[in-house]
Design a protein around this ligand. Sequence first.
Ligand code: MN
Length: 234
Amino acid sequence: MSTTYLWNPPAVRSLPVRGEAARLPINRLFFVGRNYHAHAVEMGKPVDKASAQLFYFTKAPQTLVESGATTAYPPGTSNFHHEMELVVAIGKPGFRVPADQAHELVYGYACGLDMTRRDLQLVAREQGRPWDLGKDVEESSVVSEVVPMPGRVLERGAITLSVNEQVRQQSDIGMLIWNVREVIADLSRFYHLQPGDLIFTGTPEGVGPVVAGDRIDGHIDGVGDIRLTVGAAE
Ligand code: MN
């Protein structure tokens, strides 16, 4: 007998894949904090890799939005920030994966925006509270099409973001404090990584506020482009 539900279960979240008719079904959304030195400094929390540890937060898969969308300016903030990020799409399961085998888990890459209620995140940070209200914002995980590059580790490539055609963020994937291998290896110490997990690898410097009507354009060399339009508040 097939299972029946009280109401229709939520739809599977998915992303388009370049060159494929099939879409990539999404499992979890992981985010690396402070993974570019200049961004860590602009947030007032410089990183010394010798003594620091990687840290993460998560967002619900329901926050996923495809590139090209217009999303409402979210409630509860007056300082809604853009963060441009390289996203790794995991294609194979892995647990306690050594860094030299981490490439085997890679399905491909995408451009991502980790949109953030900065005012609420900073209040939470200062008061030792969880970051959820600042980070787990509805419609805040914006992702482009996924570009298949199975088994490949991206080591460099310009990453940029502009708002209304003014450049705000400009760096290179090679500036990651913890690179793609190190992130996959470390995260897999805590989670059984699964196909469909997305890892947002952190944002470079230049984060800043957007307002209703702004158009955000991001680019990563060798990966592609992402766009988001910020709509009016509901
Ligand atoms: Mn981020």
